[in-house]
Design a protein around this ligand. Structure first.
Ligand SMILES: Cc1cc2nc3c(=O)[nH]c(=O)nc-3n(C[C@H](O)[C@H](O)[C@H](O)COP(=O)(O)OP(=O)(O)OC[C@H]3O[C@@H](n4cnc5c(N)ncnc54)[C@H](O)[C@@H]3O)c2cc1C
Length: 353
């Protein structure tokens, strides 16, 4: 990846412009439509190859891994929606990264009153509320919003990803990028919608109220591949430390032990992921959650080992070990559900026994 992208991961972590360049470079290499259908210029990679790609990018740069995955999720969602006109307008350019697409629907996981509501009106929907997380401001031109209808169905639509005022009085306001500890360059923002008119022509599709919970159960392992890549990045730092002349003998032994655990966890994840789609969604869910928690635990421990072997230098913000550790913390909570939180906490208790 280093020779392909040619931008230092530390710069990708801190500079949104360089991160955007790296994103375009992936597009130029046809790597941004990996989940998109071939008829729109996508590659339609087998799932397991796509996950290997996710791991490889996360090993190189957490920021790039996260930014591009938001876009690939949006492309996949657009490609599978029934709105043919929207696909014709956006998909070909999106698969090449010429049009960047973000997503804003993790708020659907939250219980209680919906954060973003849509009311049917003539010709479309009036949307109001706050989208708490949308990554890729300044890089993506549009994002896919998930909002809740009065009958609890979820509606998905394509919205512009910049401040707008409508003649009808509707508004879309993007916050300042959040001051994040990790992956700040991804420009993650909140989007506030006030009586925003979303035309029928901008609607992707309509899903049942529990769509995100079903999707979370089906995709329980998807975020594990970030954690696996991050753990490997931590081990790369540990490995480099074994080459130093004054190295402690325990560094090599630590690498061997963690490498073995990571290899074992990775194999279990790929095997479990292979079963998804063959078996019923609930079957093996407990194991999948446990493996995801193990991958998160390994990412944190491998990153911590990278910090320890890097000694005082690891305190520098731009040091690889420091960045990887912060990425491990971010990957611990991306796409978190109550079940994932429970599995992660159970793993923490197990590891500390
Ligand atoms: C840097 C960053 C960028 C992100 N970018 C995007 C993006 O581009 N698009 C997007 O859609 N999302 C994005 N997310 C959201 C991300 O996937 C969320 O981290 C994840 O959905 C958890 O959401 P939350 O932190 O808002 O927690 P919440 O939504 O508040 O909680 C997560 C889950 O835990 C449950 N829960 C909450 N409190 C408790 C409790 N006390 N006990 C048990 N269960 C509880 C909730 O019901 C929910 O199911 C981003 C997150 C981060 C950190």
């Amino acid at each position: 990846m280093t020779s392909e992208i040619g931008i230092n991961p530390a710069q990708l972590d801190s500079d949104p412009v360089l991160l955007r360049d790296a994103f375009f470079q992936l597009g130029a290499r046809s790597l941004l439509g990996l989940k998109g259908a071939r008829e729109w210029g996508g590659v339609q990679l087998p799932r397991e190859v796509f996950f290997q790609f996710q791991e490889t990018v996360a090993r190189y740069s957490g920021a790039l891994a996260f930014l591009q995955t938001q876009h690939q999720s949006a492309v996949s969602k657009l490609a599978s929606c029934p709105n043919q006109d929207l696909k014709e307008r956006f998909l070909a350019d999106a698969t090449q990264g010429k049009t960047g697409l973000g997503v804003g629907f993790s708020q659907l996981r939250r219980s209680g009153s919906p954060l973003v509501k849509a009311i049917p009106v003539e010709g479309g929907y009036q949307v109001s509320g706050e989208v708490p997380w949308v990554t890729g401001y300044g890089c993506f031109q549009f994002f896919i919003l998930g909002a809740v209808l009065p009958d609890q169905h979820v509606i998905f639509g394509l919205l512009p990803f910049s401040d707008r005022r409508q003649d009808s009085g509707g508004s879309l306001t993007v916050s300042q990028p959040m001051e994040l500890a990790a992956m700040r360059s991804t420009n993650t923002v909140k989007v506030h919608l006030d009586n925003w008119f979303m035309a029928d022509s901008e609607v992707l599709d309509l899903k049942p109220a529990d769509w995100i919970h079903q999707s979370d159960r089906h995709n329980a392992l998807n975020h594990s591949f970030f954690a696996l890549g991050c753990a490997r990045a931590g081990l790369d730092v540990v490995h480099r430390a074994t080459d130093q002349a004054d190295t402690s003998t325990s560094i090599g032994a630590t690498w061997d032990a963690l490498d073995q655990q990571l290899t074992h966890c990775r194999e279990a994840i790929y095997q479990a992921q292979y079963q998804v789609g063959i078996k019923e969604p609930e079957e093996g869910l407990g194991d999948r959650l446990r493996f995801r928690a193990e991958a998160i635990d390994l990412a944190v421990r491998c990153a911590h080992a990278a910090v320890v072997v890097s000694r005082g230098a690891a305190n520098a913000l731009s040091h690889p070990a420091q960045r990887i550790y912060r990425e491990a913390l971010a990957f611990s909570v991306f796409g978190q559900t109550t079940a994932v939180m429970d599995a992660t906490l159970a793993q923490i208790i197990k590891s500390s026994r």
